[in-house]
Design a protein around this ligand. Structure first.
Ligand code: SAM
Length: 258
């Protein structure tokens, strides 16, 4: 087990701590905190981002699951500047912190996809989000239609957020070093007027069905939901595959059902 600053890094909590000062500075610059921002950091860990963020902010919230790290954070930062929420970010009510909320974090990679779906549920209350993630996940989040990376995650996130990959981060920036490359991604919620799905649950079901077998044609994957001539009526070729459609096509499909 790897020791980092006297802490045993726990793999089950996805603990890869940032240790490269240049990368840390680049992330804080990209976030550009303003003193009165309402901000929450997910997984502060040993405080690599927490400390420089707090230097720019009046107050910061953090959500951390590891009790040993929580004890260290309590000793290091004054309670009136840092509010520590102990527990699982996947179950945390981000709506309870008020709005507009800025969310940041070097996320535990093992829970990044479910966490992104959890956060998407709070899109209305979010100002923006900046995350360190596995580069492969960022590529899927930001993928354009027609690319092999374009999938359920791309559609569901791009429907709610503008997604922008900011810069890559190599494994050497962390201790312990992960086996994969990472990247910083920025997500900014779209205005309500841009989100035109009548029922977002229907949209989620259509997208899940369309990508359930991504090599198959839509007339097969969506057979239970919409007949081939219904696809044609929407200007969508029944022989197209899910990865050929734009986000707006999925919205049109969902709206034809709801
Ligand atoms: N922010 C630190 C840094 O950049 O060095 C630590 C990042 S480390 C990749 C991920 C952090 O998230 C760890 O502190 C870990 O304990 C915490 N974590 C893991 N799973 C979590 C969960 N479900 N809820 C909240 N925090 C979690």
């Amino acid at each position: 087990m790897r020791q980092v600053s006297g802490h045993t890094a726990r793999r089950r909590f996805g603990q890869n701590f940032l240790v490269a000062p240049g990368v840390i500075r680049g992330i804080v610059d990209a976030i550009a905190p303003r003193r009165d921002d309402r901000m929450v950091e997910i997984g502060p860990g040993l405080g690599a981002l927490t400390e420089p963020l707090l230097a720019c902010l009046d107050h910061l919230h953090v959500v951390e699951i590891d009790r040993d790290l929580i004890a260290r954070l309590r000793r290091r930062f004054p309670a009136d500047r840092l509010s520590i929420h102990e527990g699982d970010a996947l179950a945390f009510d981000f709506g309870s912190l008020g709005a507009p909320l800025r969310i940041v974090g070097n996320l535990p990679y093992n829970i990044s996809t479910p966490l992104l779906f959890h956060l998407a549920g709070f899109a209305e209350r979010i100002g923006d989000m900046h995350f360190m993630l596995q580069k492969e996940v960022v590529d899927r989040m930001a993928a354009a239609p027609g690319s092999g990376d374009f999938g359920r995650l791309s559609v569901m996130l791009q429907y709610r957020f503008h997604v922008e990959c900011l810069f890559p981060v190599p494994p050497e920036a962390f201790d312990p070093a992960p086996k994969v490359d990472s990247a910083i991604v920025r997500l900014i919620p779209r205005a309500a007027a841009e989100r035109t799905a009548r029922d977002e649950e229907v949209l989620a079901r259509v997208v899940a069905a369309a990508f359930s077998q991504r090599r198959k044609m839509l007339r097969n994957t969506l057979r239970e939901m919409i007949p081939a001539d219904g696809l044609t009526a929407l200007g969508i070729a029944p022989t197209a595959r899910a990865e050929d459609l734009a986000v707006a096509d999925f919205v049109a499909l969902a709206n034809s059902l709801s």
